[in-house]
Design a protein around this ligand. Structure first.
Ligand code: SF4
Length: 362
């Protein structure tokens, strides 16, 4: 197999073998970076792993997994071929843990160093940190990467012990997240993210929301990613039901509301149904309905913080409403012409004391 074929195969495998027929183009995904959306090659340094996480396609005991490893020079050369052909602009490098975390991470860092130093690549590189690496190696990774991720996976130690024996939330993840946070403070060219799994056990959304709030309050993460559980054939969880993708989507919305709109985990307590978010409506709308006595708000006098809590009103819309009402009082929907989500907004607002929505909020 030549290098191009090996890179293609490793990239397909990096897509977690969700689809055996996945073509190469669909292995290139578009990541949000400080410079906007960028086509990224997702690659594994090796698919060999000494760990046995119950959900993972690369777990040690899974016979079906194709085991391969790329040398650091191969990662760099293979990536550069695709980069110069204009197919990708960045790299997301992950790996199974082979030998020990330190050894694995050093090979990944070597790949990036070759890209940076030998090929002069200055673009976006996302490195996944291996749990269990030393702080010194974390520092090396931060020096060469644009983005670092440390996957928290779940919020409880006992749960992590069940699904990923040998990993520790406090020792392997939170300590490293905190260290990376310190290292990248004030650096616009560096960022950090984490990922949590959804539905790998019977954890409730309230557990995940608590963790999301803690992470957002304590660290400057660009965002928390969620990964809806998908069973992988040949793993102990192969017969477990896949998680609903809508649940993943609702959790993304909650993360956004906490990070950008000042929502707290307590805000969501009233809308949870047996600990889970409703799937049939977005969390902001569900929150407004559960707190219907706070609405409708008068659009001409509500402050910015109140406006951005109105379903349908985002930060940009709130600023636009404030700009328009400075010029002239908003007294009819015509004064809000061009504003997105208008019918939703009218449901929760008054225009000069008058409601332009028929339905009751209750
Ligand atoms: S350590 Fe990572 S690659 Fe290895 S089995 Fe666990 S999740 Fe999979």
């Amino acid at each position: 197999m030549d290098l191009h074929q090996r890179i293609k195969l490793m990239s397909r495998l990096a897509s977690f073998e969700r689809d055996g027929e996945l073509d190469f183009e669909s292995c290139i995904f578009h990541a949000s970076t400080p410079k906007g959306k960028v086509p990224i090659l997702k690659l594994m340094q090796t698919t060999m792993c000494d760990k046995n996480c119950v959900y993972c396609a690369f777990r040690r005991d899974r016979e079906e997994t194709i085991r391969m490893a790329l040398k650091p020079e191969e990662v760099a050369k293979g990536f550069m071929e695709l980069y110069t052909a204009g197919k990708v602009k960045g790299l997301f490098l992950s790996s199974g843990i082979f030998g020990n975390p330190e050894f694995t991470m050093e090979r990944m860092i070597d790949s990036v160093k070759i890209l940076r130093e030998k090929y002069g690549f200055k673009g976006y590189i996302h490195l996944k940190l291996m749990p269990g690496v030393s702080l010194q190696t974390v520092e090396e990774a931060v020096k060469v990467a644009s983005r670092i991720s440390i996957n928290l996976e779940t919020s409880k130690e006992e749960r992590l012990r069940r699904i990923a024996k040998g990993k520790s939330i406090v020792k392997d993840m939170l300590q490293k997240i905190e260290y990376v946070d310190r290292l990248i403070r004030g650096r616009k060219d560096k960022s950090q993210i984490t990922q949590m799994m959804v539905g790998v056990e019977d954890e409730k959304d309230e557990e995940i929301i608590s963790a999301v709030e803690y992470l957002n309050r304590r660290f400057r993460l660009s965002r928390v990613y969620f990964s809806a559980f998908i069973p992988v054939k040949g793993t102990p969880l192969e017969n477990r039901k896949p998680a609903d993708l809508k649940r993943e989507h609702r959790l993304y919305q909650v993360d956004f509301l906490i990070r950008e709109y000042g929502f707290r985990k307590e805000d969501f307590e009233r809308i949870l149904i047996e600990g889970n978010l409703p799937l049939d409506k977005d969390p902001k709308t569900a929150w407004a309905e559960a707190n219907h006595w706070l609405f409708p708000v008068e659009i001409n006098t509500a402050d910015y913080e109140t406006l951005i809590r109105v379903p349908g009103i985002g930060k940009e819309t709130a600023r636009e409403i404030i700009r328009r009402r400075r010029e002239k009082s908003i007294s009819s929907p015509a004064d809000l012409k061009g504003i997105k989500n208008l019918s939703k907004i009218l449901r929760f607002t008054l225009l000069n004391g008058k409601s332009f929505h028929q339905k009751s909020l209750i």
